[in-house]
Design a protein around this ligand. Structure first.
Ligand code: SAM
Length: 213
C-alpha cells in the first residue's frame, strides 16, 4: 500500500490515544477491559485504510475488533475512518505483527484476519510473510480453542504458499475458496484491495484454518 508522508500524523496520534492505543504491550491479557465488555476479540493484521474493520464492526456489534497496522501514515487514515463511523467496538494499534505475542496473552483472541497481506515473492523474504511458520507459532498461542485464521488474497502464489505453510504446521482447513466472488455473499466485507482487484476481474482466494486442540 502506497504511503504518503503525513506531517500531522504524530499530533493526530497523540490526540487520539483512546483509539490508536500506544504501548500496546501494557494491555496484554487486558484487551476486553479496555473495550469495557466481555465480548470476543477479533484481530486484523495489516489493516490498511480500515474499510474491512469498519464494515465488520458495523455488521458484528457483538464483537470487539482490533486492527494492527505497521505504517503510521496508513493507520491514521484508518483511524479517521473509524472516528467518522463512530463505532465503539474498534481499537487500532500502530505496531508490527511480528511482536504479536508481546501484545496478546494466550487464548486472548477468537479470530485473526489476514487480508491481502504483502506477498514478499522472493524466497529470501519468506520470513516476512504473515503466514510464515514464526507467525503461525504466535497465532497458535494467542488464539482461543477453535479460533480461526481467515486469509483472503488475490495473490495465487502467496495463497499456495500459505496452504502448504498451514498444512506443514499441522493446521486444519475449514474452507478453501478459489473464487470468493463467484457467488454473492452479503456477509463478505470487502477490503480496499479486494475491491480494486475484483474490479479488474481477478479471482479472490479465501481459506479458513485452525489449530486442532
Ligand atoms: N488489508 C488491506 C486491504 O486488504 O486493503 C491492506 C493490504 S496492504 C497490501 C498490506 C498492509 O499490511 C499494509 O498497509 C502494510 O503496512 C501492512 N503490514 C505489512 N506487514 C505488517 C506487519 N508485520 N504488521 C502490521 N502491518 C503490516
Amino acid at each position: 500500500m502506497r504511503q504518503r508522508h503525513k506531517p500531522w500524523a504524530d499530533t493526530f496520534l497523540q490526540e487520539n490515544t483512546h483509539l490508536v492505543i500506544p504501548q500496546a504491550q501494557q494491555h496484554k491479557g487486558k484487551w476486553k477491559e479496555l473495550f469495557g465488555n466481555d465480548k470476543p476479540v477479533h484481530v486484523e493484521i495489516g489493516t490498511g485504510k480500515g474499510q474491512f474493520l469498519v464494515g465488520m464492526a458495523q455488521q458484528h456489534p457483538d464483537i470487539n475488533f482490533i486492527g494492527i497496522e505497521l505504517a503510521k501514515s496508513i493507520v491514521v487514515t484508518a483511524a479517521q475512518k473509524v472516528l467518522d463511523a463512530q463505532h465503539k467496538n474498534i481499537l487500532l494499534l500502530n505496531e508490527n505483527a511480528a511482536d504479536f505475542r508481546e501484545i496478546f496473552a494466550d487464548g486472548e483472541i477468537a479470530c485473526i484476519y489476514l487480508n491481502f497481506s504483502d506477498p514478499w515473492p522472493k524466497n529470501r523474504h519468506a520470513k516476512r510473510r504473515l503466514t510464515y511458520q514464526s507467525f503461525l507459532e504466535q497465532y497458535q498461542e494467542v488464539l482461543a480453542n477453535t479460533g480461526e485464521v481467515i486469509f483472503k488474497t488475490d495473490n495465487r502464489g502467496l495463497f499456495e504458499y500459505s496452504l502448504v505453510s498451514f498444512s506443514q504446521f499441522g493446521m486444519r482447513l475449514n474452507e478453501v475458496n478459489l473464487d470468493l466472488h463467484a457467488i454473492e455473499d452479503p456477509l463478505n466485507v470487502m477490503t480496499e484491495y479486494e475491491e480494486k482487484f475484483s474490479a479488474k476481474g481477478q479471482p479472490i482466494y479465501r481459506c479458513r484454518a485452525f489449530f486442532p486442540g
